[in-house]
Design a protein. Structure first.
Length: 401
């Protein structure tokens, strides 16, 4: 559950979160929209703009919506113009349906009652779990040595015994992990491991200290086995304030994995990128996803090339005009003519020319969608697909929009 806290909203202070881009308005946008529970700031802005990730620019002239936590169900958002540029104005409605324009003030809000910027429920569990670790990072973590009655697998409600717990450990709740697959990008370098997934299995609470210590599994997503590792559960607040930003540098990466391993990736699915903080990635970065251009065979160009080669006669080298040279040249051209005749026979038409290599052409990349980075590690980032105009696949490119 999201921790509640008081949020001081000072409407007059505006921070532009993206660089200046052209904001284009949808021709069929509504005059106004009443916010309902389940909306996100991205969705609301997408009703009015073609580029919903540019919403910080429409805040610039409209400090009432400087922060997404100031928009609530029942508020009315409308498109207006100021100095020729579009802005989104927000007003607070009451039960009678009357509309009240917001004015600068200082208010207190509970964070989890406001409209989030992106669908937090989709990514909530991934804001803490899973982790990306190095090859030996988990080796020193406490581990499950056995379970009650020596069951091979354990789940929610089962007791397990753990060794390696520090003597001064005070935490009561732990997360259980298993070292997962390595993250690599064969498109760039199949031999370089970018990190390993620490696969989240569940949560356990300590019942009795000792070596081994007794734990009870209170939540499990997967079976817990001997050898699985434990780490103190993070108590950090979950960040739900994601503001879209442009990366501070040119980005050229790939989608290298997808949560749940689907073959075709769509909206609101979580992908793993081969880009991390070492590459300048930051939470909130918005990237375009582009379908990788395939290599195809160009038979038309191949046929034209072969026709040109067939029409070319072999000539004697300059200065070599002896009878022997002329006879050798004629023999070579006769062989070439025979080959041309043979290539036109029905047999070759059916089987194809021997040793014929069609020309290979790489198709250009095509825009497939938009993602927002919501979690970063050194060499890896987690991104949420916000829009998908066509199916997205593993190894598709991610670049600046």
């Amino acid at each position: 559950m999201l921790n509640k806290f008081l949020f001081i909203a000072i409407f007059g202070l505006v921070t532009t979160a993206v660089t200046a881009d052209t904001v284009t308005v949808k021709p069929d946008h509504p005059e106004s929209y009443t916010v309902v529970k389940g909306d996100t700031l991205w969705d609301i802005t997408g009703r009015f703009l073609n580029e919903p990730w540019l919403w910080p620019q429409v805040w610039e002239a409209n400090p009432q919506i400087e922060n997404p936590h100031l928009i609530y169900p029942g508020d009315v958002v409308s498109l207006q113009y100021k100095d020729g540029r579009p802005i989104l104005a927000v007003g607070r409605g009451d039960k009678s349906g009357r509309y009240e324009k917001l004015s600068p003030t200082v208010r207190s809000y509970e964070k989890d009652t406001a409209i989030p910027s992106i669908p937090i429920d989709t990514i909530k569990q991934f804001l803490i779990h899973p982790l990306v670790v190095s090859a030996d990072e988990m080796d020193d973590w406490p581990y499950v040595v056995s379970s009650y009655d020596e069951h091979l697998v354990s789940g929610s409600g089962n007791k397990v015994y753990v060794r390696g717990l520090p003597e001064d450990a005070t935490a009561k709740r732990y997360a259980v992990y298993r070292k997962g697959k390595p993250y690599v990008n064969p498109v760039k370098d199949k031999d370089t491991v970018l990190g390993y997934e620490a696969l989240y299995l569940g949560d356990a609470v300590i019942e009795k200290n000792g070596d081994p210590a007794s734990f009870v599994i209170v939540r499990s997503n997967r079976e817990v086995l001997s050898g699985d590792r434990l780490v103190e559960e993070s108590e950090a607040d979950i960040n739900s304030n994601f503001i879209p930003t442009h990366p501070g540098r040119d980005v050229n990466g790939n989608v290298i994995s997808v949560i749940d391993g689907v073959s075709e990736i769509g909206q609101y699915q979580i992908v793993i990128l081969d880009l991390g903080t070492n590459d300048g990635m930051e939470i909130g970065n918005v990237l375009g996803v582009y379908k990788s251009g395939k290599m195809v065979k160009d038979y038309v160009a191949t046929k034209a090339r072969e026709k040109e080669e067939d029409a070319r006669r072999i000539e004697s080298p300059p200065g070599q005009d002896s009878v022997a040279d002329e006879v050798a040249t004629d023999i070579l051209n006769d062989i070439r003519d025979a080959k041309r005749w043979f290539d036109k026979t029905a047999l070759v038409s059916y089987l194809g020319k021997p040793n014929s290599q069609p020309e290979q052409v790489q198709l250009p990349e095509e825009y497939s969608g938009v993602l927002m980075v919501f979690r970063t590690f050194e060499n890896i980032s987690y991104g949420l697909i916000m829009e998908a105009v066509s199916p997205i696949h593993i190894y598709d490119a991610v670049k600046n929009l």
